[in-house]
Design a protein around this ligand. Structure first.
Ligand SMILES: Nc1ncnc2c1ncn2[C@@H]1O[C@H](COP(=O)(O)OP(=O)(O)OP(=O)(O)O)[C@@H](O)[C@H]1O
Ligand SMILES: [Mg+2]
Length: 244
């Protein structure tokens, strides 16, 4: 039985069909990236899996139980950081744990330090840069004690170096404590570095065009990404993304 199963998800906003019947499944502990053209419905898909938006048709099944339109089953890092302006960085990071009755300040402080936010624990969101807000939201999603995490372009506001650090950190957390991760990105290299599988969506109304299994063991991925060997894989992803 698949850990997460998404079946026939369809959603329209008024006349505009956004999701045109999305089906895929994810195994427990997998790291799965989702790529697709801008505006194709990736964030809409996540807000449905997160239970925030109700689909017009289809269902979301987690560990055999239907969770369609039900909140509180997953950790969800939205595309815009959505921090509470009246809470400090630390209090924002602790939010998911607090809601679940699992508040761990020591762990939050350690994670904020790892995310390069030492000294900012007691600042408020308006005092942070966009990339810093994104990292607080990232830490919050990691601290939310749920076995499935949805991350919507978590590193899009970061410079290349910081992004690299965060990718490595995410992989080390993930390999130490195998949660299941669904990860939206526009960056194919990032998807190839991190994922077990990459789901390619079509233009809207989105459907699954193809699912690629990333070859190579994770330990060898950095080297692979710099080699000529990687290009055919990237080319096939691009072809799928850009094709009709
Ligand atoms: N609440 C809403 N009301 C009306 N239309 C919406 C709403 N949310 C999203 N849309 C529309 O649905 C489509 C898909 O939006 P969505 O944010 O899911 O795309 P996306 O793939 O995440 O895009 P991006 O890559 O730019 O983040 C867009 O055309 C958008 O305008
Ligand atoms: Mg989006």
């Amino acid at each position: 039985m698949a850990y997460l199963k998404v079946e026939g998800l369809a959603k329209a906003y008024g006349e505009a069909a956004v999701l045109g019947g999305i089906d895929f499944s994810v195994e427990e502990g997998e790291f799965v990236s989702i790529v697709g053209p801008s505006g194709c419905g990736k964030s809409t898909l996540f807000s449905i899996i997160g239970g925030i938006v109700r689909p017009d048709a289809g269902s979301v099944i987690l560990e055999g139980k239907e969770i369609t339109a039900m909140r509180g089953h997953v950790s969800y890092m939205p595309q815009s950081p959505s921090l509470f302006p009246w809470r400090t960085v630390l209090a924002n990071a602790l939010l998911g744990g607090e809601i679940a009755g699992d508040r761990n300040e020591g762990e939050a402080l350690r994670m904020l330090e790892k995310a390069g936010l030492s000294g900012y624990e007691n600042k408020y969101p308006h005092e942070l840069s966009g990339g810093m807000k994104q990292r607080v939201s990232f830490v919050r999603s990691l601290l939310t004690p749920k076995p499935l995490i949805l991350m919507d372009e978590p590193f899009s506001a970061l410079d290349d170096f910081t992004r690299r650090d965060m990718q490595k950190w995410l992989l080390s957390i993930w390999s130490g404590n195998r949660r299941t991760i669904l990860f939206i990105t526009h960056n194919l290299d990032e998807a190839a570095l991190l994922s077990d599988k990459i789901i390619v969506l079509s233009r809207k109304p989105a459907r699954v065009k193809n699912v690629f299994t990333v070859p190579r063991e994770r330990e060898k991925r950095e080297e692979w990404l710099l080699s000529d060997d990687y290009l055919p894989f990237k080319r096939s992803l691009l072809r799928e993304l850009n094709g009709k």
